[in-house]
Design a protein around this ligand. Structure first.
Ligand SMILES: [Mg+2]
Length: 369
């Protein structure tokens, strides 16, 4: 298939609840949709970069720049024999994995549609129920936190992740553990701790947590390895793992025992599949993280979660948890409480609601050969 045209759209999608971050409050989630057109099909990918460089150095604005100036010109007009090639075409450009992943995933979708094959099948996934996990942000007090946990338990979620800070983390988790002794519970620290907090982090060992995610700096492996030697709770890395090579280094150093995989963070599906294959071979527990994706990104998460190496419930849940209305039809929904399924139609297997997307589009650019 030959890539004949690429369209970029910046979409501003209303959130169900405002997203509160240190720099302010956001009522909409802004993201880029990448449409890759061939003679026969249109593939679509979603860029998961956020508005501010607080999770990783990328933002949707830097992604737009990198796509328009470098990544679109690198693939436009090219003949794709297999989408595994895309990673190599983009490899000379350093960094910007989320921008790369958005175009890479769009080409995977186009390729699967060309073959009239569901993406899940193309990548070797299984026809399975995908257990959904929930991620709970920092709450104003412990009573509200417990109420949130309870309501998500009623909805059938399989794993409960709580965002923590050094000040309140232990007390919050202890209260939840006291209330729900058998809850599959984990913590995400998003780099809020340092090695000076070892005593605090050791306290968590009494709470029977599945893991603690990314307690230390986003770009650090060595300190995580030192910390893992001190605590029993398994460390899971998120922000620190941007490639298969990072995963191998982290495991060899003993910096983590569990891997969180995000397609955007590692630059696309090929790299994500290689990480899955490696973790499966090495018996490393693996799960799929979330970036507050809209429908397209959410479907790619479901597709990759059907690979056998994904042994723990991930972050992906129904669209309605985050958005008033999703951009895809049908939206991502529980097939039965707590379980999702990847679509079994060609490509990503859902329809884009183009009229709705048109109304939400705040910026657009089109590139042709
Ligand atoms: Mg995380």
């Amino acid at each position: 298939m030959i890539i004949k045209a690429i369209e970029l759209r910046m979409v501003s999608l209303p959130l169900r609840e405002p997203f509160v971050a240190s720099y302010g409050e956001e009522k909409n989630k802004e993201f880029i949709l990448v449409y890759v057109e061939t003679d026969d099909v249109v593939g679509v990918g979603e860029c998961v970069a956020l508005s501010a460089p607080l999770y990783s150095p990328e933002t949707y604005a830097t992604a737009w720049y990198m796509l328009s100036h470098f990544f679109v010109p690198a693939v436009l007009g090219k003949k794709v024999i297999h989408p595994r090639e895309i990673r190599e075409w983009l490899a000379p450009f350093r960094g910007h994995p989320m921008a790369k992943a958005s175009i890479d995933t769009a080409i995977w979708d186009a390729y699967a549609k060309t073959l009239s094959t569901p993406l899940t099948q193309l990548i070797g996934g299984r026809d399975v129920d995908i257990p959904a996990g929930i991620s709970i942000g920092i709450q104003p007090n412990i009573i509200q936190l417990i109420k949130k946990v309870e309501s998500y338990m009623e909805q059938g979620y399989h794993r409960f992740k709580v965002k923590i800070t050094p000040e309140t983390g232990f007390d919050s988790l202890r209260a939840i553990r006291h209330e729900f002794p058998h809850l599959p519970l984990m913590a995400d620290a998003n780099s809020a701790y340092t090695l000076n907090d070892v005593t605090r982090l050791k306290q968590l060992d009494d709470l029977d947590l599945m893991m603690i995610e990314q307690p230390l700096a986003f770009d650090d492996l060595l300190d995580h390895a030192k910390l893992q030697r001190e605590i029993d709770t398994p460390i899971c890395l998120d922000e620190s793992l941007n490639s298969l090579s990072d995963v191998k280094k982290a495991l060899e150093l003993g910096a983590c025992k569990i891997v969180n995989l995000k397609i955007g963070r590692v630059g696309g599906l090929s790299e994500a599949m290689d990480i899955e294959a490696f973790c499966r071979q090495e018996n490393i527990p693996l799960w799929c993280g979330g970036m507050l994706e809209a429908g397209v990104g959410r479907i790619f998460n479901l597709a990759i979660s059907t690979l056998p190496g994904f042994t723990l419930p991930g972050d992906t849940g129904p669209s309605s948890r985050y958005f008033v209305e999703d951009i895809i039809s049908p939206p991502v929904e529980f097939t039965h409480p707590g379980y999702l399924r990847a679509p079994d139609h060609p490509g990503i297997g859902v329809t884009l609601r183009e009229e709705y997307i048109h109304r939400l589009t705040v910026q657009k650019d089109r590139f042709t050969i």
